[in-house]
Design a protein around this ligand. Structure first.
Ligand SMILES: Cc1ncc(COP(=O)(O)O)c(C=O)c1O
Length: 499
């Protein structure tokens, strides 16, 4: 396989090239999309987007291959991607990493199968668990109490859970987390593989990490079996395009293809697919050089931010134990709590007064992402805005000591699927205490559920929810968008737990 990998030309783009050649030939199109290379589209939109984009917004006609059964340009593009990411097989996803995560889980777990997952997983993991009927065994992540963020799971947690659940069908971990922190993935993979259990990795935030030695280890390099990777996040492709990387052995790539196909639209966007093909070329050919420059900018910005009184941006000093062994310097998590404001306040001020949009905010922090798309000017603007923000609230430093609250890990009384499909009552949020939640509730972003179907609602969960709502953070996921009334399982907890 290595020989084949080395013989591939990473400078080529089989799919993008095929699309451009096809567009140049201008065949008479009697197929969808009905905009027919843009001529039938809304003129203003067409002019804005440009004819080039419309000309390759095509579908799976024979010369352009088919994502559901690739045997031409898409197959070649996926092979190049596999070689670039260090995988045995790569599948393109036009449904983001959410689609790739659902595929990973549904390819290995069926109804009742146990899967070990950190409690701070993205909602797509919970969606897959509901759809597959798998039984999640939640692992508590390590929490950084100073800034209120969850890291990965420690090696000892995984070891304990594997001892308690040797019949688990899979272990899923997040590498890196949204905030860029990774656990000791090699050790976790070794533990799971000792028991011949596959390791699935949510690598949504790690599309770039394989391409520079100063970045944390990637899932494929650590020997994981599958990794769902958002190329659109930090790999340079268009939004919604991701890859699913697979290592041959514990999982059958043909089954992965079949499941991916079950979950994927038949009208796959060739714009998204072409953007994956070209992003792979850029990462493989120039990734190291581009990332090196972004790393320099991010390191300098981090140093400058840490010189601003009232702000703190963790680096090496934030790492502790096997759940946080390395971090991605391109993630700038700026803790603003000492200024007596929330991360959400900071996000809004940066938006309204400085024209800066951050990636996300939480109660205590804002998260800013640096990429090869940034330059010195952008970094200067960010640091200067943060200096101005800190100066404005300087008088509040030390005035409002903030007690950092971390999410609670509720008790799971029934599987998420059972709860999701159970008979339910709709009650006020307050009256849900002591009942089994039948919906998913999260702050988005980052999309980590506060409650999942099957969990018993406690006063602590409600307090956590209210605090986020009061701060203006986007709490969502329930049928009622205002989260005033929520669905709980009709059967009482006592009956289910037999207590
Ligand atoms: C940790 C994590 N996993 C998965 C996803 C889903 O990725 P996508 O938006 O590509 O579907 C996200 C999105 O933010 C995420 O933060």
């Amino acid at each position: 396989m290595k020989k084949e990998r080395d013989s591939l030309d990473q400078g080529s783009t089989p799919l993008f090239t095929a699309l451009m050649e096809h567009a140049r030939r201008r065949p008479l199109q009697f197929h969808i999309p009905g905009h027919k290379a843009g001529t039938g589209a809304d003129p203003e939109f067409r002019e804005f987007l440009g004819d080039a984009a419309f000309s390759i917004d095509l579908i799976n006609i024979a010369p352009l291959d088919d994502l559901h059964h690739p045997e031409g340009a898409i197959r070649d593009a996926q092979r190049l991607a596999a070689a670039a990411f260090g995988a045995d097989h790569t599948f393109f996803s036009v449904q983001g990493t959410s689609g790739a995560i659902m595929t990973m889980i549904m390819a290995v777990c069926g109804p009742g199968d146990k899967i070990l997952v950190p409690r701070n997983v993205h909602k797509s993991v919970m969606s897959a668990i509901i759809l597959s009927g798998a039984h999640p065994i939640f692992m508590p992540p390590e929490i950084d109490e100073r800034i209120g963020i969850a890291h990965g799971v420690s090696v000892s947690t995984v070891k304990t859970m594997l001892n308690w659940h040797p019949d688990a069908r899979a272990v899923l971990v997040i590498n890196p987390t949204y905030y860029g922190v990774v656990a000791d993935l090699r050790a976790i993979v070794a533990l799971a593989h000792d028991r011949d259990i596959p390791v699935l990795v949510d690598e949504a935030h790690g599309a770039h990490i394989h391409f520079h030695e100063d970045l944390p280890i990637s899932a494929m390099d650590a020997g994981a079996d599958m990794a769902a990777t958002s190329v659109h996040k930090l790999g340079g492709s268009l939004t919604q395009s991701s890859v699913l990387n697979v290592r041959q052995g514990r999982v059958d790539p043909r089954h992965v293809q079949a499941v991916l196909s079950m979950l994927t639209t038949t009208s796959t966007s060739y714009l998204l697919l072409a953007s994956l093909d070209t992003a792979r070329r850029q990462l493989a050919v120039r990734g190291r050089e581009l990332i090196a420059r972004a790393l320099d900018l991010a390191r300098e910005a981090r140093d400058r931010i840490n010189q601003i009184e009232g702000l703190y941006c963790f680096g090496e000093d934030g790492l502790k134990g096997s759940a946080a062994v390395a971090y991605d310097p391109l993630k700038l998590t700026v803790c603003v709590k000492d200024l007596g404001i929330t991360g959400y306040d900071a996000e809004q001020i940066l938006r309204e007064r400085f024209g800066i949009e951050v990636e996300l905010s939480d109660l205590y922090n804002i998260l800013c992402i640096v990429s090869p798309g940034d330059g010195e000017e952008e970094m200067r603007a960010l640091v200067e805005a943060l200096e101005a923000l800190a100066a404005e609230f300087h008088h509040q430093i030390g005035q409002y000591p903030v007690e950092v609250k971390t999410p609670v890990m509720p008790l799971l009384a029934m599987t998420p699927r059972e709860a999701f499909y159970a008979e339910t009552d709709t009650v006020s949020l307050q009256d849900s205490v002591g009942r089994i939640f039948a919906e998913m509730l999260m702050v988005y972003p980052p999309g980590i559920p506060i409650l999942v179907p099957g969990e018993i609602v406690t006063e602590a969960s409600l307090e956590y929810i209210r605090e986020h709502m009061n701060a203006g953070l986007p709490v969502q996921g329930t049928d009622d968008p205002e989260v005033r009334r929520v669905k709980v399982v009709r059967r009482p907890v006592e009956e289910l737990l037999r207590i």
